[in-house]
Design a protein around this ligand. Structure first.
Ligand code: GLA
Length: 718
């Protein structure tokens, strides 16, 4: 018996999504590798029929795009809420299919529950070029009393294949994007974030895969919630064997109140499928970000090499030292100079002054003008650090407006890095922030804001005491947009103690992530690997830090630090004026090479390189025309063998002939190899793309914390 009378398919370039429905919320009956055109969707719907098993209900309740308790779905429902102050509590019900609005590459399904006075819209789009589906749910209150929502999931993802494992991305400060691979357990697994920012701890992304799936092969289905506030991920394996994933904003009690005639829309969830491993999955996400989310004010402008003052000078701002750093930055070829924390009134350490966005009169007696002009006179863009959502009790702003702080007045507030959080959903507060910072941007031609956010939210109550993280997140996006609208060439970096606010939600309003506060290249290489699952390299702020990392205590050679930073959006965050001549030459070389190669890294197809040696990892980018590639290989720990494993190079044009050579290698690689009579070590060699993919490269011996960059240039056809 066919279960469904109606079907609809959406196609990407290698993915198909098939929806089916009768009178209820549609179900995804297929989400996977592209199906042939003309396939009979009715038959697909027929073969989706499932047996009725013993001791079960007399009607199968499939997991719809929004599974409902009222239709017999006994797993985690898509909506948890009720109508307050009403004789129809509406805590459960049944949505009835009402309409469908087709778009060229998408559809909106509309459903009504007349008894509960609620309507629901489920929006689904599949970009045919990027192969990424974007889903969101909107719940409308069409009754005459408020609806209180505890949970509203974005459309639920039900994988077409039976995946057995999942990758999640957890972490902490200086150790973001740590990957954990686990079985999908029976029952319900929840990952929740209550920190008020995307968080270092629980990145809102998940990848389902099989035991054999790796970067280069095997099926996988990746998903990410574009949201920078609190979130919840529900992963559930039911007794039927079905797996569902729900993602949405985590709402504190009372936060999800929908007034009559109003609605609540979930953040978007981005879903992509790959039959060919995790690299192909990431390439789809990267493509989608580049095409649909990221909006650089000047689209083709190369990402400027940045010098940032933080790990060079910290709070110690002095005009002549800053100018010396600007000189050194210009000398090695930097293109942007970012004045980090320490520039505003009274800010000499992290105990005071957040909120007082006026140049410190002692350090900057004539304001920021002289420094900004000096930076610009050397041909660099000027950028400024701000942390606008925050306030210190020790500040003029707090003296005037203690009531602007998020909190619950009856209880003592808790500081984090000595600071409290402003209620930026209050228009008076966001106006103050805009009106104090905008003149600085205007008067000093500031091209870049490093927008920081250095603490978790605790007891985030607004003036009436209601929980306010959800609104705070929307207010953040609106405030960023206000700056971008007023200053159309401005770029914003999303920083929250490093990688604490990295997601597609904030990315629609920003242009770069400060990936992590760890500039320790050993830690950084792994963080960058995790980051690359969802984000392309041009977004990955990657700085060459000082010789000794202040966040880990580890010391590393300049060449290795430069190598690890070279494949992101590169910068330097160390005191160039105090470096040895030799190290400064390494910086200059790194900047020159990055400028030559950045178009390949920032527009090409990115591949993670993994080897049988857990400590030897790499990054590869192949240009769009397939005529060039760059590979960075990083030996993070003592190698497990004296001779490194061969490195296969995927993604090239199989019939093209390429010249392969070592572009640069860290100082110690030379020492590690008494002799290495391999052409790669002696000027390079030529080979076809096919052979490079199957045979691979032989590498010199590597010590721990060394590495090399390889260039691959097409020289002909076979
Ligand atoms: C945070 C940022 C750093 C730096 C400091 C300044 O920790 O992540 O990059 O800007 O604040 O206080």
């Amino acid at each position: 018996m066919s279960n469904y009378e109606n079907t609809l398919r959406l196609d990407g370039w290698s993915t198909t999504l098939v929806f089916a429905w009768n009178d209820g919320i549609p179900v995804v009956i297929y989400h996977g590798e592209k199906l042939q055109s003309g396939i009979d969707l009715g038959v697909l719907a027929d073969i989706h029929a499932r047996p009725f098993t013993q001791a079960s209900l007399d009607d199968n309740s499939p997991i719809s795009l929004h599974p409902e308790l009222g239709r017999g779905f006994l797993g985690h429902p898509g909506l948890i809420g009720h109508r307050v102050k009403s004789d129809k509590p509406g805590w459960a019900g049944q949505f009835v299919f009402a309409r469908r609005i087709d778009r060229e590459h998408g559809v909106t399904f509309g459903m009504i529950d007349a008894v509960r006075g609620m309507e629901m819209e489920i929006v689904c789009d599949l970009d045919p070029e990027t192969d990424v589906a974007v889903f969101a749910t909107e719940l409308f209150n069409v009754g005459d009393s408020p609806v209180s929502v505890d949970w509203l999931s974005a459309p639920v993802v039900v994988p077409a294949q039976q995946y057995s494992q999942h990758l999640s991305f957890h972490g902490r400060w200086c150790a973001e994007f740590q990957i954990e691979r686990q079985p999908i357990p029976m029952g319900l697994t929840k990952r929740e974030n209550r920190r008020g920012r995307t968080s270092h701890e629980a990145f809102p992304g998940l990848i389902l895969l099989n035991a054999k799936t790796d970067d280069e092969s095997g099926p996988c289905l990746g998903m990410h919630l574009g949201w920078s506030g609190n979130h919840r991920i529900v992963l559930e394996r039911l007794s039927t064997g079905d797996v569902q994933v729900q993602m949405g904003a985590l709402l504190f009690s009372g936060e999800g109140m929908i007034k009559p005639k109003q609605s609540m829309k979930t953040p978007s969830i981005y879903v992509a499928h790959s039959s060919n491993g995790l690299n192909a999955l990431s390439q789809k996400f990267h493509h989608h970000v580049r095409k649909n989310i990221l909006k650089f004010p000047v689209p083709d402008k190369p990402r400027p090499v940045t010098v940032n003052t933080w790990e060079a000078l910290y709070f110690d701002h002095d005009h002549s030292r800053l100018c010396a750093l600007v000189d050194a930055a210009a000398d090695i070829g930097a293109e942007r100079f970012v004045l980090d924390d320490g520039w505003f009134r009274g800010r000499n350490d992290d105990t005071s002054s957040l909120g007082d966005w006026y140049p410190d009169e002692t350090k900057y007696p004539n304001g920021l003008g002289p420094l900004a002009e000096y930076v610009q006179s050397k041909g660099l863009d000027f950028g400024l650090w701000i942390e606008p959502e925050m306030i210190n009790e020790k500040s003029e702003l707090f003296q005037k407006h203690p009531d602007w702080v998020l909190g619950l007045n009856s209880y003592p507030n808790m500081t984090g890095r000595n600071q409290l959080v402003l209620d930026i959903a209050n228009p008076l507060v966001s106006d103050y922030i805009f009106e104090t910072i905008a003149p600085l941007i205007e008067n000093h031609q500031i091209k870049y804001l490093k927008w920081d956010m250095n603490r978790d939210l605790v007891l985030p109550g607004d003036q009436s005491g209601r929980a306010n993280v959800y609104n705070q997140t929307g207010a953040l996006y609106a405030l960023m947009d206000r700056f971008l609208k007023a200053f159309p060439t401005l770029e914003i970096e999303s920083c929250a103690s490093g990688g604490g606010r990295v997601d597609y939600g904030v990315l629609a309003h920003t242009h770069r992530f400060w990936t992590s506060d760890s500039n320790d290249s050993v830690e950084r290489a792994r963080i960058q690997t995790g980051f690359s699952h969802f984000f392309p390299p041009e977004l990955m702020g990657a700085h060459i830090g000082p010789a000794w990392s202040h966040t880990s205590g580890r010391g590393l050679h300049a060449g290795f630090r430069a190598l690890v930073a070279s494949y992101g959006h590169m910068g330097i965050e160390a005191d160039l004026t105090k470096m040895s001549d030799e190290d400064r030459e390494i910086m200059r070389d790194a900047v020159t090479r990055h400028k030559q190669d950045r178009a390949i890294w920032h527009t090409g197809k990115f591949y993670r390189v993994r080897t049988v040696d857990y400590g030897l990892i790499g990054a590869l980018s192949v240009s769009v025309a397939l005529d060039q590639a760059r590979m960075v290989l990083m030996q993070l720990e003592r190698p497990r063998s004296t001779i490194p494993p061969r490195i296969r190079v995927p993604g090239l044009n199989k019939s093209a002939v390429y010249k392969v050579r070592i572009q640069t290698m860290t100082e110690q690689v030379k020492k590690a190899n008494r002799s290495f009579p391999n052409p790669i070590f002696n000027g390079g060699f030529e080979l076809t793309g096919a052979a490079l993919e199957t045979v691979g490269l032989g590498l010199p011996s590597l010590y721990a914390q060394t590495g090399l960059a390889i260039s691959i240039e097409q020289v002909g056809e076979q």
